[in-house]
Design a protein around this ligand. Structure first.
Ligand SMILES: [Zn+2]
Ligand SMILES: [Zn+2]
Length: 362
């Protein structure tokens, strides 16, 4: 047996390389020596296996530690034997190739490999107030669940899948053209490796059925349009013991007739009469939790902004609340009685101090 090369040397990284550097370096080598790119090239095959072994050790903190301290001997002593072949490498690291070689469909995932369920999205429209104050609600989520009748196998009771005749159960077919050989998902069994001859009557052989599940949802105060709530494990069920996906609830707030929102501040306009504006007044204004008295000082102008500190929406993350911002709109009466009209004319004759000053300036 020849002396084994140093794992760091194989991957071309230093002893202190980060996980990321190790992964990047391995990916590069794996792409370079990938068997689909180097058909019938035993040298490339060896380099491909060597890189996979180095990566397997250095990407695992425990194994890397043993290797750093005791070298190859240490790993042998700890019972590490490396990979038995390509199948082994692809089932461990298939994901690293992405879809470049189409391995994901077949070799990297044998038909009994655990597979995580897909994430689901649910769009939920809620009232402005529910978003501001938080609420609990229920949503009905449609998803696939394992068929209980066949336990996901897709086969009628008492039967099992036949090994696919086209790919002999590998789930992949290889086509050679010139120097290249291209692996692709077997069209006959669609990568499953087996063919169901008598399908389960419950799920028509799919192994899963569409179900509706009611999910309790707690919406925290302060969510806004675009907020995303994550419910772990409420997505599609995993296959062959894989974990379920997550459910993401996307929030959309309905507009409110009085309030508008900007971040955690809420805005509203309140009308006051010109008499209230001139003389000052105490008016009731709507706030999130009912009403509040607002003091309008004498001589308030149209468009004046008042800010009620801490009367806005609770911050979704952290403590505290936004403010309520109130803009006063001074209204001009349009339906004066005779008497009011006379009084206003009288008022106009007297004029205000400011107007008199301007007039006398001429
Ligand atoms: Zn079934
Ligand atoms: Zn097949």
């Amino acid at each position: 047996m020849t002396t084994k090369r140093d794992y760091y040397e194989i991957l071309g990284v230093g002893q202190s390389a980060s996980e990321d550097e190790i992964k990047k370096s391995y990916r590069k080598l794996a792409m370079q020596y990938h068997p689909d790119r180097n058909p019938d090239n035993t040298e490339a095959e060896e380099l491909f296996k060597e890189a996979a072994e180095a990566y397997e050790v250095l990407s695992d903190p425990a194994k890397r530690d043993v290797y750093n301290r005791y070298g190859h001997e240490g790993l042998n002593g700890a019972g590490y034997r490396g990979f038995s072949g390509f199948e082994d490498i692809f089932s461990s690291f298939g994901d690293i190739f992405g879809d470049v070689f189409g391995f994901n469909a077949g070799r990297s995932r044998s038909r009994t490999a655990a597979r995580a369920g897909a994430d689901l999205r649910y769009d939920l429209r809620i009232s402005f107030m529910d978003g501001a104050l938080g609420t609990t609600t229920e949503i009905d989520v449609e998803k696939y669940a394992l068929c209980t009748s066949c336990k996901g196998s897709g086969c009628a009771p008492g039967t099992s899948p036949q090994v696919c005749s086209r790919c002999q159960g590998r789930g992949q077919v290889t086509q050679s053209s010139g120097f290249f050989s291209i692996s692709s998902t077997c069209p006959q069994c669609r990568g499953q490796g087996g063919v169901i001859t008598s399908p389960c009557p419950e799920c028509s052989g799919a192994g899963k059925v569409r179900v509706q599940k009611t999910v309790q949802l707690k919406i925290p105060a302060g969510v806004e349009t675009g907020s995303r709530l994550r419910l772990r494990g409420e997505g599609e069920e995993g296959e062959h013991g894989g974990p379920s996906g997550d459910l993401y609830v996307f929030i959309e707030l309905e507009p409110h007739e009085t309030f508008e929102r900007s971040g955690d501040d809420i805005y509203c306009r309140i009308p006051i009469t010109f008499v209230q504006a001139a003389l000052g007044a105490s008016v009731e204004v709507p706030i999130l939790a009912g009403t509040e008295k607002l003091k309008i000082p004498r001589g308030t102008q149209n468009g004046k902004i008042f800010r009620l500190k801490g009367k806005g929406i609770a911050h979704l993350r952290g403590y505290g609340r936004g403010d309520q911002v109130i803009e006063v709109v001074v209204t001009v009466p349009t339906d004066l009685t005779k008497k009011q009209e006379e009084l206003l004319k009288e008022f106009d004759k007297l004029g205000s101090k400011a107007e008199r000053t301007v007039v006398s300036g001429h």
